[in-house]
Write a protein that binds this ligand. Sequence first.
Ligand SMILES: NC(=O)CC[C@H](N)C(=O)O
Length: 334
Amino acid sequence: QEAPAKPNVIILATGGTIAGAGASAANSATYTAAKVGIDQLIAGVPELSQLANVRGEQVMQIASESITNDNLLQLGRRVAELADSKDVDGIVITHGTDTLEETAYFLDLVEKTDKPIVVVGSMRPGTAMSADGMLNLYNAVAVAGSKEARGKGVLVTMNDEIQSGRDVSKMMNIKTEAFKSPWGPLGMVVEGKSYWFRLPAKRHTMDSEFDIKNIKSLPNVGIAYSYGNVDDTAYKALAQSGAKAIIHVGTGNGSVSSRVVPTLQALRKDGVQIIRSSHVNAGGFVLRNAEQPDDKNDWVVAHDLNPQKARILAMVALTKTQDSKELQRIFWEY
Ligand SMILES: NC(=O)CC[C@H](N)C(=O)O
């Protein structure tokens, strides 16, 4: 029997600017996100049908700053169901860009499939001049339908680049060149064809020890930001609200103010995991026992993961272990 000429790609829509609408074509920044339904989005890019047999599904319709852990689990379970289906070759997720990097990393950790999963958004609503959503979506479907994208982890297609969902972050919030990885894109997609240059080195999808099918709920993990004159108010409040781990957004190499150190040591003794990350924008790089004696304090370092990605990994890891050494192993490997 002959293989079908075109791959079957499902687009799961969640909202964001790619589904946004503004009052006039001049409104590139002032508009309402999550307005346009997935069928209308697909109808707006008839060229998609040249790439794949495309079907849309509206999973939610929200601006991504409002996404919850329950939303993540709901989306993750639907992706897993579709990935298990013989009739599905690739999955695209349209998403608001504010937390796109978190969802992409979450799926990269928990989806046991080598089928392409591509998360995509846009920086301008479809109603704006030079809207970027159409091309980003076209590129996403092209990548999701391609054999070359299999087994490369969850991907993000923005601004003609193919990025690793693990590495990529929204670095700029007004330009279409918004998403960057500290380690560079994996490839480019041009006129529906992908060009690959490098591969992710970290464990993901098929090679991950985590599986969405075994995750019932995600624990409470909070993030506290550091700056000059910082005190321990936020850390104590997070612990009081039941945080199982606190992501410390440190200065530089995840450094910790001397005014905060005793509180973090005490919280660790009370069972809260302390994970040091960095607020350095272009890419923090936190090393164990540099700046702070992590072995002595029994703290964990997030290494190159930014704070919001560190929260995702901590939540997923804590569904399996409460051991700080295991947690650190996981932070090195993923
Ligand atoms: N460019 C965007 O998608 C941002 C819109 C909105 N804040 C969201 O993340 O959903």
